[in-house]
Design a protein around this ligand. Structure first.
Ligand SMILES: [Mg+2]
Length: 449
């Protein structure tokens, strides 16, 4: 399939987890994102950019333990926490959230923060979280929606030498994040609009996105173009980092590139709409792969009803594509919860983090994790993802739904909690969740100062 040939995988790494690709003409195709084996992931503490938070490792060491594994062993369970609606609500700590993190630290129980949020560099987000929760945190155990994109930089098919376009809530921040991951050539829709104002013949884009940079190479401008096609601006991948603001501009430019010849801006593929070709020639001419960092349609904001997120933009773009192509499905790759790719990535980060902590504390004879408790407020992402994930190392992911976030029994009812969205247990909040899970492992709750 042409889509697979253009995927930016990393050859030479084991291809383990599978990621859903919205696919060709009514089908859901399954593609594979290359992933690093665990040992490689550990070494990639630097390569993955798992840089330190403000607290630093020295402050992050575990204190002496009072747990049942005090004799040099280690707990065989861990936690994965969603952030918004679990640890924070409207940027304020949910009661008990800070106590829970201190308790887990004290008892050497590892955890990972796994959020579909994004739009900031990992280090900036962790510093902000540390301040809000009053608990030192690091990026070592932190995964936000776009963190797995950094896997696509290196390897024989990596994007290190390519040009990518990024979009999201703030083009400048998206550029900064992409560069922090190692993408050297990053273009935003604002850069393109500044260079080619007639590409979007309507009112200017929002204030957030008014800081264009020069294009790395000139764009092709048609038959009278001063720059030859072969050396014109070529976009090799497109990334949606978080919720876009300027949907109209983004839609126009992403569509232009999806319809282009090999990602050359200003061209139109001659393969488009050729019924003799696979998928009628749509997205069959080396166009850039389109990545979304999460598929969340809704999120809990300050307004009393949930608000549209990145998933709504994705649905809108897919609708435009379907209408333009006469009913063909937009091929794109979606990560973030509940996608398997993100859970597999998070599990590798969690295991690497746990391994490092155990090494520091001199634990010995320790087996792998038996269970990870995914504590979340969203049945569509947190719960469905944990339920649907099959660990490559045999760890059971247990879904725990809390009542402090987007899901409401009153508004949505128990009816939606069916199939893959049915949690193992529903509890009041994160503190109740940790008490419940630790109790299953013989550890009683006692507040830690
Ligand atoms: Mg949430």
């Amino acid at each position: 399939m042409a889509m697979n040939s253009s995927m930016a995988g990393v050859r030479g790494m084991r291809t383990l987890a599978r990621v859903r690709i919205e696919g060709i003409k009514g089908c859901v195709n399954v593609g594979v994102l290359a992933q690093a084996p665990l040992a490689q992931t550990r070494r990639r503490g630097v390569a993955l950019g798992l840089d330190r938070g403000w607290a630093g490792r020295s402050q992050r060491r575990f204190q002496s333990t009072a747990g049942p594994w005090a004799s040099g062993g280690a707990p065989d369970f861990a936690f994965a926490f969603d952030i918004d609606g679990v640890l924070l609500h409207e940027s304020k700590p949910i009661p008990g959230a800070s106590d829970v993190l201190r308790y887990l630290e004290h008892h050497k129980i590892p955890f990972i923060l796994l959020t579909n949020g994004g739009g900031k560099r990992e280090q900036d987000r962790v510093e902000d979280l540390s301040r809000k929760l009053g608990v030192p945190l690091t990026t070592d155990n932190f995964v936000q929606s776009h963190t797995p994109f950094r896997q696509l930089v290196d390897g024989p098919e990596g994007l290190r030498d390519k040009t990518v376009m990024v979009t999201g809530s703030d083009y400048g921040k998206c550029r900064e994040i992409a560069r922090s991951y190692g993408f050297p050539n990053v273009v935003t829709p604002s850069d393109i609009l500044s260079d080619q104002p007639s590409i979007f013949p309507f009112r200017p884009i929002s204030e957030l996105n008014l800081n264009p940079h020069p294009l790395p190479t000139p764009a092709y401008t048609g038959e009278s173009s001063l720059v030859p096609l072969a050396s014109s601006l070529k976009i090799d991948a497109m990334f949606v980092f978080d919720d876009p603001r300027d949907w109209a501009v983004d839609t126009q430019i992403i569509m232009d590139l999806l319809l282009s010849h090999s990602g050359h801006l200003g061209t139109y593929s001659t393969l488009n709409n050729d019924p003799s070709l696979l998928n009628c020639g749509w997205q069959q001419d080396g166009q850039p792969t389109l990545y979304f960092s999460n598929g969340d349609m809704l999120w809990a904001a300050n307004y009393h009803l949930p608000r549209f997120g990145q998933g709504a933009f994705q649905a809108s773009l897919a609708g435009v594509w379907r209408r333009y192509t006469g009913g063909h499905e937009l091929m794109r790759k979606v990560i973030g919860k509940p996608e398997t790719e993100t859970y597999a990535f998070a599990e590798r980060v969690l295991n690497a983090y746990r391994h490092e902590r155990l090494r520091e504390t001199g634990a010995h004879g320790v087996s792998g994790l038996r269970a990870v408790y995914m504590v979340g407020d969203n049945p569509d992402s947190d719960i469905a993802g944990a339920n649907g994930f099959r660990s490559e190392v045999g760890t059971e992911w247990v879904s725990v739904l809390v009542k402090t976030g987007v899901w409401s029994e009153k508004r949505q009812g128990m009816g939606m909690l069916k199939g893959v969205k049915e949690p193992k247990v529903i509890l009041a909040d994160v503190k109740a969740a940790v008490k419940w899970a630790c109790g299953k492992h013989g550890l009683e709750w006692k507040a830690v100062n």
